[in-house]
Design a protein around this ligand. Structure first.
Ligand code: UDP
Length: 223
């Protein structure tokens, strides 16, 4: 029987993570097992099974109905609330979250990452770092020493997350943003659900739920 893997979401995020999924599967596969495996797309906008970039693509109901020895899913959707909702559905259906990592990702010492992460090409995660569920680190992002990152956190490409930074659940860090390092006694904290705008230079802690932009990053007032 086939081991079935899926990338959930066939839009930009999902299609750009499919190569990473293939690299992950190639590393996981044990040729001696003599087993077949397939990676498909899941996207709920689909009403029939089609081909996307050489992979079968189907909606979630069709995926659940596919015969397979095991199923594992990478939720490749940038919106963290959607990732959480889908993660809960998968858990209720007994389908595991699949962590995928590009071949050239560098993980240094004592890096703990919970299930469901997606680490894109050129991501570097240094030492003594703890990261929660369904973390997305897009192209060229890095996480420096002694950071603690919560669940469903999203890094767009090129995020520079320096040492001793704590990022709480559902925070979104925009492309090219850089966050100043904290200290062991006083980490810089990005609060729950906060959004850091692209290119922002974050020099101090950011409260939960706000959006910060600019250099130095300041809270964007809601109009
Ligand atoms: N999607 C889905 N199920 C959901 C929510 C979203 O299959 O419950 C799909 C949606 O149809 C779309 C993709 O996820 O194809 C999200 O794509 P979008 O362009 O919004 O964002 P990105 O690819 O950047 O995450």
């Amino acid at each position: 029987m086939t081991k079935l893997y899926a990338i959930y979401g066939a839009s930009g995020c999902g299609r750009s993570l499919m190569l990473v999924a293939r690299q992950q599967l190639a590393r996981e596969s044990d040729v001696s097992e003599n087993q077949t495996s397939e990676i498909v797309f899941i996207d709920d906008a689909l009403t029939e099974i089609i081909d996307i970039n050489g992979h079968r693509a189907m909606n979630y109901a069709a995926f659940v109905n596919e015969p397979a020895e095991s199923k594992a899913v990478q939720i490749a959707i940038a919106n963290s609330r959607v990732r959480e909702k889908i993660a809960n559905t998968l858990e209720a259906d007994g389908i595991s979250l699949w962590s995928i990592s590009a071949d050239n990702v560098i993980l240094m010492d004592d890096v703990q990452i919970a299930e469901g992460s997606a680490l894109s090409p050129f991501v570097t995660i240094t030492s003594n770092i703890k990261i929660g569920k369904c973390f997305h680190a897009n192209l060229y992002s890095y996480v420096e020493h002694d950071c603690v990152i919560g669940d469903f956190v999203t890094f767009a490409p090129g995020v520079k997350c320096n040492g001793n930074i704590h990022i709480q659940d559902h925070a979104y860090i925009g492309a090219g943003a850089m966050i100043k390092q904290g200290t062991p006694n006083q980490p810089l904290v990005i609060g729950k659900g906060a959004i850091v705008g692209m290119g922002a230079v974050v020099t101090k802690s950011v409260p939960a739920g706000v959006t910060v932009v600019g250099n130095p990053a300041r809270i964007l007032k809601q109009k």
